[in-house]
Design a protein around this ligand. Structure first.
Ligand SMILES: C[S@@+](CC[C@H](N)C(=O)[O-])C[C@H]1O[C@@H](n2cnc3c(N)ncnc32)[C@H](O)[C@@H]1O
Length: 202
């Protein structure tokens, strides 16, 4: 399902979700505080919309299950000359990387659309170094009970549109033994969640 809908989205994803979600992506890149030489994984990189936010003296590896999204990201990489970026078609819930490989991981608006989110979080932990840091952006929905009910009713439609199911990311992160260091609500109406975690060694 995600591959089909994202093949379609690949043509207009940047126009639709570029400016709309930019401030969150920018905040995440600042929070990541990427250092020269670090190896970074972006899970569900899509069209590579975040690439301009990363420094060039690092190794950036982006994975996505959709061939068409990766194709767009490759075009962007080529056009902007990001020689430090590698892009792979890969299922985030079954990654082909070895253990203890990455320094930092970001999953920007991808955990809710990945069919097996818990397995993905476990994989993210596996491929990261012991002192790694993890960053998540996720549509969290409203805090207001009434609006939340309305959002819940719309959830099946969101799913059909490939915008992800309503997940409780904090609960998922706890189940996968992530320690949450920082969390905030951002963007218009504070509907997007930004979370920073670290490996708790379990
Ligand atoms: C909403 S887009 C997010 C794109 C980008 N990271 C952003 O910030 O806008 C979600 C992406 O997750 C990808 N995706 C869905 N399931 C996946 C899986 N199992 N493994 C890897 N990527 C997946 C989709 O193909 C899509 O490109």
């Amino acid at each position: 399902m995600p591959t089909k809908i994202y093949s379609l989205y690949s043509h207009f994803y940047d126009s639709l979700f570029g400016a709309l979600l930019h401030s969150g992506r920018r905040m995440a890149s600042i929070l990541m505080d990427i250092q020269p030489g670090e190896r970074i994984l972006e899970v569900g990189i899509g069209t590579g919309i975040s690439l301009p936010l990363y420094r060039r003296d690092t190794d950036i590896i982006g994975i996505d299950i959709s061939w068409d999204m990766i194709k767009r990201a490759r075009e962007k990489k080529q056009r902007l000359g990001y020689h430090n970026v590698k892009l792979c078609i890969m299922d985030a819930s079954e990654m082909a990387f070895r253990d203890n490989y990455f320094d930092k991981v970001i999953a920007s608006h991808s955990i809710a659309v990945i069919p097996r989110p818990l397995e993905t979080l476990k994989e993210i932990k596996r491929v990261c170094k012991e002192n790694a840091e993890f960053f998540f952006l996720n549509y969290a929905g409203s805090d207001d009970n009434l609006v939340a009910k309305f959002e819940k009713a719309l959830s099946p439609i969101r799913c059909k549109l490939g915008l992800g199911k309503a997940i409780n990311l904090e609960k998922l992160l706890n189940s996968a033994n992530f320690n949450i260091d920082f969390k905030d609500r951002i963007n218009t109406f504070k509907l997007v969640q930004i979370i920073k975690c670290r490996n708790n060694g379990v």
